[in-house]
Design a protein around this ligand. Sequence first.
Ligand SMILES: C[S@@+](CC[C@H](N)C(=O)[O-])C[C@H]1O[C@@H](n2cnc3c(N)ncnc32)[C@H](O)[C@@H]1O
Length: 187
Amino acid sequence: MQTAIDLLTTNETYFYREPAHFVQLQTLARRSLERRESMSIWSAASSSGEEIYTIAMVLQQLIDTGQPVRWEILGSDISTRVIASAQRGVYPLERVQRLPQDLLHRYCLKGAGPAAGTVLVDKSLRRKVRFTSINLIEPLPDIGPFDVIFLRNVLIYFDLPTKQKVLRAVLPPNASGWRAVRGHGRA
Ligand SMILES: C[S@@+](CC[C@H](N)C(=O)[O-])C[C@H]1O[C@@H](n2cnc3c(N)ncnc32)[C@H](O)[C@@H]1O
């Protein structure tokens, strides 16, 4: 079954996909810093890790520029194959094409010799993120609560009742304070 899931899922992703979401993340992180709170983030369909490492880079950059945000990130996916790939943190160069150069230079190592044409996400970030396998359409394990949930480019694979079920499971019971980040139709 797992092999079938690994083969059937569409895992398309890349670094810094939909930049507006990461700008919004920075704003939320600065707000949490003002309130002296830590930030807990869940990438709920993290695929091979590009999304979660982008989140980690954006937050770590705040720290490295004197804004000591405290954060923790969980990445999950139904496919164990992509989770294993995310844990390795090695990517072909084309996946980082849209990553701002300062993030690329600060948080990625360029492969040489047999690793030419790839980048490796810095160990300091790989150590700070956790990955696990979660099927969003089954009852969720006891995780969270989270301040921010990235649920991107995954609901599109579900029919309407399933989308509603997943959203009910993922959002807190009183979700009136939650809203979509504007300008990005695909959930
Ligand atoms: C197109 S990728 C999106 C990756 C990333 N969120 C992004 O936007 O770049 C969709 C991911 O959703 C995962 N997925 C599909 N069905 C799922 C389910 N029922 N539970 C958890 N993950 C699922 C797939 O394995 C795949 O890695």
